[in-house]
Structure formats: structure tokens, C-alpha cells
Design a protein around this ligand. Sequence first.
Ligand code: GAP
Length: 509
Amino acid sequence: METLVTLCKRRGFIFLSSEIYGGYAGFFDYGPLGVELKNNIKAAWWKDFVHGRDDIVGLDSSIIMHPRTWEASGHVAGFSDPMTDCRETKKRYRADQIFVAPVWVAEMVAGAEAQFIGNIAFMEDASADEILKRAKVLRDVADKKHFKVIEEKLAEKREFDTIPEAELASILGPDATKPGSLTPARQFKLMFETHVGALQDASSVAYLRPETAQGIFNNYKNVLDTGRVKVPFGIAQIGKAFRNEITPRNFVFRCREFEQMEIEYFIQPDADWKSLHRQWIDTCIDWFVSIGLPREAIKEDVHPQEKLAHYAKACTDLSFKFPHGQQELEGIAVRGNFDLTQHQQYSGKNLEYFDEEKKAKYLPHVIEPSFGVDRAVLAVLTAAYDEDEVPNDKGVPEKRVILRFAPKVAPYKVAVFPLLKNKPELMERAQRIYKKVQKRWPAFWDAAGAIGRRYRRQDEIGTPWCITIDFDTIEKDGTVTIRDRDTTKQVRIHEDEVTAWIAEKMGEN
Ligand code: GAP
């Protein structure tokens, strides 16, 4: 993760928000390359799910909605996470992300009984090494220097929420040096509040949306009444969402301001939701593979019934092998008609759909594929990052960092290089080619330094093809070289064929 974070900052993909003030936890800014990558992911999704299908239409609803929306959806009453505070370090943690393991010690003298000396708490994504290090802190506190921790016993972990209060005194917090500093878990509201209008009292409270989904439910009737759609159909939306996360962590994986891409897919109440759910899971996996995620890094996690969100009948998460572990990338939930029922009740408006074929009125049920753009960006960066060795300009093998982006998400598709900067004929011809290519795709101009260095700079930001204009171009036959990022192989083609060549590679012919 550290390698990715450093690369993202160095090459202008992602910066900490408000960095000149020391950063602001949970908020990030996308730099010149990051915004391209993110926009390409969003554009690919919109193309495949909205433009590419007859049964899904788009929407862009407001971020701040009537506060009753969030009462109806259940967020005002229930959208919270359990948190615990550490009295020693003043840190705050999500209680459901902390696990507690007992620390057992064994006397080094052979045959002695194992003894229990306390509990260590650690975050869910802690590595085995970190856990062991924590366990040793407890051993040192207990002054049992001649004891050793039995590692296998650390696997006997429990969720923090399930620990009785009386036991808290023996627990060593994730960053504490002495046991007993964690407070009992209590609920923490996740919605950001603001006020709308001149008065700031209880009646003016409004919320920044914690999900884009409710904007879709709010507009479901509008879309039905004005559009071409009939059940089954979907509404897709890309937009910002805000959650006052207790522990924003792992770079852009868990932020306080993020973007979601959600589809509410409305189906008949008696539709075979199990097979539709399956279809959506497969469609979403295929889509992630199409933007460059390896199929084997994506796993399906079926939510057990007792862990389902209040609105869901079933939910399968797609998790991805992020640098910090296999974690949720997308949730694909079967929401029943919970939301429409609630909005119908709270708004007093009839939201029923009249099904011409069935000659019946009903509130459609919903399947909801929902994921965060920022998590998708992190997944794409993780999958693309690679290091290998290639010969430099002198033929000596040299380590290179490479982002193997699928061309459709790569920030730049092409870079154009004149072989030498101080030859006006080369510069002029290269500029001409560059301008032509730039009309169709984002392209990068680089005339500085040795060609090998220029390749390395493009490899590191994932540009699939580099075009070099050399003396053959201007003196001989008008051909240029195109070098492939992944294989480093070069082809020579005529400059007039460059656009068609790239279009073919991009699958745009
Ligand atoms: N409308 C359903 C919904 O919002 P969710 O599981 O809370 O469900 C859906 O969120 C997706 O949004 C997640 O799978 C994740 O990709 C993304 N997401 C949620 N919280 C996030 C956060 N704090 N930072 C970045 N992405 C987040």
C-alpha cells in the first residue's frame, strides 16, 4: 500500500486533501492523472450499463435531499457504527473492526501448563506480525519475561462488541501500552449534518447523502412517468456520498467523502429474484474484469441472514485482493420493496407501478449493485502495479515500475516523442502527429531526455503506447515506431496509419 500511495503522490494520481495544512483524514484529491483514471472508470461503467443497455437509464440527483428521505430510509434512526475510544491514546476505533484474542503464554520449561495473561485488541486488517508484536507488549506489561506467546492461540479471536464489560479491564487496545483503556462500544451516527436556510435550529437540519440510492428512489416515479422504461428496468447514478467514518483507513478504500456508482434495478414482486441476483453478480464480475481486475482476485462473500442490512433480503459482496487484504469492493443486494414502501408511507404519494401486461398495480422490488468509485480506482491501481526489468539505453537491465492499465482506463493512451529536441524538422513532424492523435485520445508530449527515460516515465503512469518520430520518418519513408508498454516490442508503421492502428488496439474500429 505504501508503494502505491507514494507512486500516486509522486506521479499526480491522488493527494491527501488539504495537504499544505497537514492533510485531513478521510478526504482525498485526485490529481491530473487520477482524475483521468477515475473519469475513465466512470465513463466505462456508464457506457456499459446505461448507453449499452435498453433497460437502464441515468440520473443525477441532488446531494442534499428533503430530510424526511433519511427518516423514511431508516438512516436517521439506524445509520450508525459501534465505536470505542481509547482513554490512553485518545484514538477512536470502529468496534466491529476490532478483534480480541487471548494471549496465552507457555513456560519455557518443557511440560509446563499454558497460562492466560490477558487479551489483545487489534484491527481486522492487522498482519500476523503486528498481532504478535501487540501480544508481546502485554507479556512485557505482565512482566513475564521468561514466557513466550503461543501463536496458534491468537487465532481464537472474538469481535470486540461481544466482550462483556467486566472483561474490558484485561484488554490491551490496538495502540495502547497498558490494558484497560478501551471504553464499552457505543453507537456513532455516520451522517454528516448541515443546516439549510438562515435559521440554525432543529427544524433546519439536513444531511449530506450517505448513499446515492435514495436519490434514485425519490425519482423513481418521475423517471417512470417521463421515460421509455417499464419494469424490469434500472436507474443508474454516479455521485458523491458522505459518511463520517470513525476510522477512515487504507488510503481511498474508506473515506469520509467518496463517490458511488449505484443501480437500482426494479423487478416484479414475483420475479425469480434469486436468478436475477445471480445474473447481476456475474455481470458485475465480468465488468470488473473488463477494466483490468484479474478474475482470481475477486471473491463472492454471501452475507449470512443475521448480518443483512435492515432493508435487504439477500446480499453478496464482491471482495477484491487489495494491498491490505481481501475486502469488499461492491455490494449486490436484494432490497425487496422496502425503500419504495417507506417513501410511499412517509411522502403520502402513491408510488405504485401499473403493469400493463399483468393488469396489476404493485411496488416493484429491487436488486442493487452498488460500489465506490474510489475503491474501484484503488483496485485498478493494485491490479495494474508491477515491477520488472528491461534493458536501458545502453542495454543494461534496469528495474522499471509499470502500471499495466487496461487501455480504456489508462490516463493517457499514447505518448509522442521526437527522437531529438534540437532538430526542428523532427520536432515539427512529431508535433503534427501528436496534434492528430490528441484530437482522438488523451496524449502526452515528451521531448526531454533519453528515449529510454521517456519510456520509463510513461510505463510508470501506464501509457500503453509510445510513438517515436526519428530520422527515418523525415528522411526516408515517413514511418514511426510504436512501442508497446507491456512487451516493450516495437513496430514500424507509416505515420498516416497511426490513428487507425491505435483505434484497432483500443477496439474502436
Ligand atoms: N446503497 C447501498 C450502500 O450504500 P454500502 O455497502 O454501504 O451500501 C456500497 O456501500 C459501496 O460503497 C461499498 O461496497 C463500497 O464500495 C462503497 N463505500 C462504502 N463506504 C465507503 C467509504 N467510506 N469509502 C469508500 N467507499 C465506500
